[in-house]
Design a protein around this ligand. Structure first.
Ligand SMILES: *[C@@H]1O[C@H](CO)[C@@H](O)[C@H](O)[C@H]1NC(C)=O
Ligand SMILES: *[C@@H]1O[C@H](CO)[C@@H](O)[C@H](O)[C@H]1NC(C)=O
Ligand SMILES: *[C@@H]1O[C@H](CO)[C@@H](O)[C@H](O)[C@H]1NC(C)=O
Length: 438
């Protein structure tokens, strides 16, 4: 073993030891820093799907991407496209991939909610819910709980609300989820505990019945940009700023973190403007201006990258999609340039169409996303994924799923691992800094 490898493995074992000394699943106590876990990691209560390897777990999670990309694409689109059968104006989400532990109610009840940056509203299963899992929020043991009726302005901001024109009746709403599931909920309010912080009177959906198997078992925390999102509801507490660092899917034992408020953010972080789409106020659009493979700027016609609020075209960053998807012409151009620079032959593995002998990996070019004012050079683990045997490495991106007439590019989880991604909603900018949060 050469000295460098010896040193690295020594540091690695130190890291493991250090992490074991602390509880890797615990949140920091100052409240600004909450642990974020892979849904199927050790710190999460959820059972992983029965597969033989983590790469197959990723594949399984990625198999839900097409539904999510369809849904995301339909949101940004014009009315005539929204009414197309693929989305029917309803919500189609995905089993989200990262969860955060919050406390709901007074005294606080712990819930592991999925992080979703493309959704505003939050919802959790409530006690007595039909079809929910065992962990539900007990409303009658919380002293700060209250339900909201149809007259509150927030009720009209919830999708799928079913209010009559008049009357003091609970604000009920119906939404579909994950393509095969739906739920009914009441808009309620209670205290939301995030580490040591408390957001009082937080509005969320209290689920009373679900059908289908895709509803996140302990709810979803909406981190989008719209009026019902956590940032809007927490007001001056966090000044509209949050960030996350997603640990690698592979890092079963480790957690990343969610940092809330400007004070806890890195001082030196490069940023790019967030673009606002009035037709889809939840989504975080970025100006992706080009992609390089090694030193080569991939030739892409500017119209494929252009942001268009009317059609919804452009690029978003999302916490709930697994594999980054580009519209077909962009993906083909990236892949062709990548193949030019890497030794073939190439084969396919699941959604990935550019796999090659892992022995050629050391020579693979870096992938750079160019945003306005910010170049993101992807760490190698964010551009390559390995087969379970370890013999193949694959370019870990894909074209928009078949049958999705999509104009939207989605920067997804695999490409965000071990980066701090800061959303400054108030100043409409997104920051990215390298951070090892494994
Ligand atoms: C709270 O509600 C649940 C289910 O609705 C019920 O089983 C339980 O007895 C109630 N607890 C209290 C303290 O009222
Ligand atoms: C929700 O949807 C279900 C199934 O479509 C329907 O039976 C139910 O009445 C709806 N609930 C409300 C409150 O609209
Ligand atoms: C995105 O960047 C390109 C290249 O700098 C620029 O021409 C375009 O106006 C930008 N688009 C938006 C919406 O800012």
């Amino acid at each position: 073993m050469d000295l460098r490898i010896a040193t690295i493995s020594f540091i690695f074992s130190l890291l493991i030891t250090t992490n074991r000394a602390f509880d890797p699943c615990a949140s920091q106590s100052d409240g600004s820093d909450l642990s974020v876990f892979p849904t199927y990691g050790k710190c999460s209560p959820f059972e992983p799907p029965k597969t033989d390897s983590w790469v197959n777990t990723v594949m399984k999670m990625a198999s839900k991407d097409p539904e999510r990309v369809k849904y995301l694409a339909s949101l940004g689109a014009q009315k005539k496209v929204v009414s197309a059968p693929i989305a029917s104006g309803q919500q189609l989400f995905n089993l989200a991939n990262y969860v955060v532990r919050v406390q709901l109610g007074t005294p606080g009840q712990p819930m592991f909610m999925v992080l979703d940056t493309s959704n505003d509203a939050a919802w959790v299963p409530c006690a007595g819910c039909t079809g929910c899992s065992n962990t539900a929020f007990s409303t009658n043991t919380s002293s700060t709980y209250g339900w909201l009726d149809c007259s509150v302005p927030q009720c009209s901001q919830v999708r799928g609300s079913t209010c009559p024109l008049t009357g003091s009746v609970p604000c009920l709403f119906n939404q579909s989820y994950g393509g095969d599931s739906s739920f009914t909920a009441t808009l309620v309010q209670d205290s939301l505990g995030l580490g040591a912080d408390v957001v009082p009177n937080y509005h969320f959906g209290c689920i009373s019945s679900v059908s289908g198997g895709s509803i996140p078992p302990q709810g979803l925390l909406g981190l989008g940009r719209g009026p019902l999102s956590l940032m809007s509801q927490s007001g001056s507490l966090y000044s509209g700023v949050f960030s996350y660092c997603l640990p690698s899917f592979k890092s079963y034992y480790f957690s990343g973190s969610l940092k809330l408020g400007p004070a806890s953010q890195p001082k030196n972080i490069r940023t790019t403007p967030l673009l606002r789409n009035p037709h889809r106020s939840s989504l975080y659009y970025l100006n992706l201006t080009g992609i390089s493979i090694g030193r080569v700027l991939v030739p892409i016609a500017p119209e494929h990258l252009a942001y268009d609020p009317i059609t919804g075209a452009g690029t978003i960053i999302d916490s709930g999609t697994v594999v980054t998807r580009f519209v077909e012409p962009i993906y083909t151009a990236i892949r062709d340039e990548f193949r030019k620079q890497v030794k073939g032959p190439f084969s396919s593995l699941g959604v990935f169409d550019t796999c090659f002998a892992a022995t050629s990996e050391a020579m693979t070019p870096r992938v750079t996303f160019h945003f306005t004012g910010l170049d993101l050079v992807l760490p190698v683990e964010n551009s390559l994924i390995h087969s379970s045997s370890g013999t193949l490495a694959c370019l870990s991106m894909a074209a928009a799923p078949n049958n999705v007439n999509s104009v939207l590019n989605v920067i997804a989880n695999l490409q965000q691992q071990n980066l701090r991604i800061m959303f400054d909603v108030t100043n409409s900018r997104l920051g990215i800094a390298r951070e090892l949060c494994n």
